[in-house]
Design a protein. Structure first.
Length: 334
């Protein structure tokens, strides 16, 4: 009986201690995940590392090794050896998540140790390819090596997933050396606008245009667009139309440049030139906003072509463009 009683006492003590460790770990994990969510790693959180057992439990609730999370604090605090030591310990806990490899890539990229950066970035990307961070650090490695052929190759692996952040990283990496941009990269940039709506993913639209046409050319287009808007606001429609035309020649994928050129010509009563640009928007670019269709309908009012007035007013109405129903009510009730 004494042996059993002693055993139960020991078992109870162990259970209490395990519960204490779990409770301590849970409190620490709450702080760590709060910091991770905010992106603000508090020094006050790291004060608990010295008296909290990080080896039991060694996995967080999200199965990230606890020491891997703690390693980031040491990395940010400039204790690189300590961070790498904790990441090595984490390999034995969960080697499949690639969290440790990803953080190692970040540490070695910061330290400028390219071989180690490449090794761990490749390992992380191979383990989990469709991860923004894994793609980012392997891209950085290939840019440092000026190996844009390999950059194209890893992008092909994840291209069909249509992750806008990865597409943005890919295009931005290419711009580090525009002379190395391949035909594949340019074709990919050309397809980007169709896959990612410009109004929802403006950053993808901008960098894809830089890749397709070159940074200098797009910047010139942006400058002309700026001055065109200024001229239009000053009611100098002749100058505005000229500047919009020049901007559209530099950046022929932006429908707003063609549309605004057409509107400027319309305001200057140059209806035939206006139709040239606006019909290009409707027939070739098809943004389906209804604006170009509405202006075309208005032009045909001036030309007294009621059939065309109603045709384009109906198209504008299908896009719920303001004013289109008024034209239909006035001209198209027969």
């Amino acid at each position: 009986m004494r042996i059993i009683k002693f055993f139960l006492i020991v078992l109870s003590a162990v259970s209490i201690y395990i519960h204490y460790l779990n409770n301590e770990s849970s409190e620490l994990q709450y702080l760590l995940y709060t910091d991770m969510s905010s992106g603000n790693y508090q020094e006050s959180s790291s004060e608990r590392f010295s008296f909290t057992n990080l080896d039991f439990p060694n996995l967080s609730l999200s199965v990230i090794p606890v020491k891997s999370i703690v390693a980031r604090y040491y990395f940010l605090g400039g204790q690189f050896n300590k961070a790498l030591e904790y990441l090595e310990d984490s390999d034995r806990v969960n080697p499949y998540l690639m969290f440790s490899e990803s953080l190692r890539s970040e540490v070695y990229e910061y330290l400028g140790i390219e071989d180690s950066l490449g090794f761990y970035a490749k390992k992380a990307f191979t383990g989990i390819p469709n991860n923004d961070k894994h793609f980012l650090f392997l891209s950085k490695y290939y840019v440092k090596k000026s190996d844009f052929k390999s950059l194209d190759s890893i992008f092909k692996i994840v291209k069909d997933r249509k992750n806008p952040r990865i597409w943005n990283i890919y295009f931005s990496s290419l711009l580090s050396n525009e002379s190395k941009i391949s035909d594949f990269a340019k074709q990919t940039a050309k397809s980007a606008t169709k896959l990612f709506a410009p109004e929802k993913y403006p950053e993808v639209e901008l960098v894809s245009k830089y890749v397709l046409y070159g940074t200098e050319r797009i910047n010139n287009s942006v400058d002309k667009d700026f001055y065109a808007k200024k001229a239009f606001s000053e009611k100098d429609y002749s100058s505005a139309s000229k500047l919009y035309v020049e901007a559209s020649e530099l950046n022929p994928t932006d429908y707003t440049l063609f549309e605004n050129a057409g509107v400027s010509y319309y305001m200057n009563k140059e209806y035939d030139k206006s139709l040239e640009f606006l019909t290009h928007v409707v027939d070739s670019m098809n943004p389906n906003t209804g604006k170009a269709e509405f202006i075309i309908s208005s032009i045909y009012i001036q030309k007294n072509d009621i059939t065309k007035v109603c045709e384009y007013a109906n198209l504008a109405a299908q896009a719920d463009y303001p004013g289109s129903y008024g034209i239909l009510a006035k001209y198209c009730q027969q």
